[in-house]
Design a binder for this molecule. Structure first.
Ligand SMILES: CC(C)(COP(=O)(O)OP(=O)(O)OC[C@H]1O[C@@H](n2cnc3c(N)ncnc32)[C@H](O)[C@@H]1OP(=O)(O)O)[C@@H](O)C(=O)NCCC(=O)NCCS
Length: 142
């Protein structure tokens, strides 16, 4: 993900999420330590993206999304595999994320990819207000 991708990504985000991140939120991330972002392309067009932060032990997946017409084609799986690879290279112990309780598509995707429930955080989200499910995948450091 590069700065010139952000206009497109913010438009996609608005179509996909009820509590979409604004363009400026995406832009501000670029300066933050440990931040990373990746895009999935089809014929030079962005069809999916992911954002994450890595600290010494933790990789935090903050966003992953794929345009509706490109779903169930393993695009998100490939984005996730790239994060997992980078997290392992960084010697992170785990990847953690939060997801809306009602987001059964994303929860199924994460479960399929070996994430498990850590805990539920009441009222974490707004627009609409909803609990978050915190999920984790531990990485084999051996
Ligand atoms: C969640 C999301 C990123 C998945 O993207 P995707 O590219 O369609 O996922 P993949 O094709 O890589 O799916 C891999 C596997 O995960 C599981 N999976 C993915 N989406 C699923 C769904 N809607 N229902 C059930 N299982 C699903 C399946 O096992 C799938 O393999 P299969 O298609 O061979 O059965 C996509 O639905 C999306 O963009 N949703 C809106 C944004 C969002 O909610 N992001 C998460 C915020 S926390």
């Amino acid at each position: 993900m590069v700065m010139s991708d952000i206009t497109n990504i913010a438009e996609m985000e608005k179509k996909i999420f009820s509590d979409a991140w604004s363009k400026s939120v995406f832009e501000e991330q670029f300066d933050e330590i440990g931040w990373g972002g990746e895009v999935a392309l089809c014929n030079d067009t962005i069809i999916g993206y992911s954002c994450f932060y890595m600290t010494d032990d933790e990789a935090h997946l903050t966003n992953i999304a794929v345009l509706p017409e490109y779903r169930r084609k393993l695009v998100a799986k490939r984005l996730l595999e790239s994060i997992l690879r980078r997290a392992s290279e960084n010697e992170c112990g785990y990847v953690i994320l939060e997801v809306r309780f009602s987001n059964s598509d994303a929860r199924a995707f994460y479960e399929k990819n070996s994430f498990s429930l850590l805990y539920q955080q009441p009222g974490y989200y707004s627009n609409p207000k909803e609990d978050a499910v915190i999920m984790v995948r531990y990485l084999n450091k051996d």
